[in-house]
Design a protein around this ligand. Structure first.
Ligand code: ATR
Length: 280
């Protein structure tokens, strides 16, 4: 049997997902294809989804701007995706569309891949910077993985509060970005989830890390550029860094697992993906 997968979103012509999933198919020794299905926001989304149902793909990924819009078109939504409020992976199970969100789990896997004993030590103090969709997914994954202290700093306090109110189980303080900067030495792991520092505005960073301890880890979800200004600052202070592109690989690994029940090893793809991104 040959699998048929795809990606819906706009604009997605430069997406790395086809490359990633083709590698996965080779590694798992399965036949298949992964198509880019670009849907212009001017088109009627529900009509497009009806047409997509007729294509009978085994599964597809969903990206901006449709991660929320897809939800009414689904037959079931996983608890995780429901809590996060966004779907990035759909499984076609005998004609039924089931929605998942693999971003949070993908993020935790990528962190564990780089720092193997981190997730076991739940006493770590974490600072999450940002209050958008990515912050939501990562917060949910951190809390369900058992981390007990996850503070949130965001420009807009309200969205940080909304994230903290969604789940119980962790102690969460809401901070301004200025507070975060002042008390950065209190954190073991700092996770940057905003778009600040992304190309073409790579000369800025969301906060300054002047007070960072060298024992801390600074993690970034931006991967263009690979080395953001924030990560450069962290390295200058002797701290460990975690690059954004690895999350991309691991969220895809989890999606592929949902579609095929096969978990492919991906460690060797890290360097290849870095080369691709550096060439852009
Ligand atoms: P995503 O779904 O990818 O996380 P998003 O929902 O647009 O994207 O969220 C973007 C995040 O970047 C938010 O935390 C946003 O802060 P606000 O909640 O205050 O809007 C943050 N962000 C974007 N530009 C920013 C800027 N110039 N300064 C500070 N924060 C910024």
């Amino acid at each position: 049997m040959a699998y048929e997968f795809g990606l819906i979103g706009y604009p997605i012509e430069h997406s790395l997902s086809p490359w990633i999933h083709k590698q996965f198919m080779q590694k798992a020794s399965v036949d298949g294809s992964y198509s880019i299905i670009e849907i212009n926001p001017r088109e009627n989304f529900l009509e497009q989804m009806d047409q997509l149902k007729n294509r009978n793909l085994h599964g597809f990924n969903v990206t901006i701007p449709y991660k929320q819009k897809i939800i009414p078109c689904l037959d079931e939504v996983s608890e995780e995706a429901r809590k996060i409020g966004a779907v990035n992976t759909v499984l076609n199970q005998d004609g039924k569309w089931i929605g998942y969100n693999t971003d949070g789990v993908g993020y935790i896997r990528s962190l564990e891949g780089k720092f193997p004993n981190l997730v076991a030590g739940k006493d770590k103090r974490i600072l999450l910077i940002g209050g958008g969709g990515a912050a939501r997914g990562i917060y949910y994954a951190l809390v369900t993985a058992g981390f007990l202290q996850v503070d949130i700093a965001n420009r807009t306090e309200e969205s940080a509060k909304e994230i903290a109110a969604l789940y119980t189980g962790a102690e969460t303080n809401i901070l301004t970005l200025q507070d975060a900067e002042r008390q950065i030495d209190a954190y073991d792991i700092i996770i940057q989830t905003t778009s600040v520092g992304m190309k073409p505005e790579q000369d800025i960073s969301i906060i300054s890390l002047d007070k960072l301890r060298s024992a801390s880890i600074v993690s970034e979800i931006i991967y263009q550029p690979l080395e953001t200004k924030l990560l450069k600052q962290a390295q200058m202070r002797g701290a460990s860094v975690h690059y954004g592109h690895t999350m991309l690989l691991y969220q895809a690994q989890y999606a592929f697992e949902i579609w095929t029940n096969k978990k492919v090893p991906i460690e060797d793809m890290d360097d290849q993906l870095q080369l691709i991104l550096e060439g852009r």
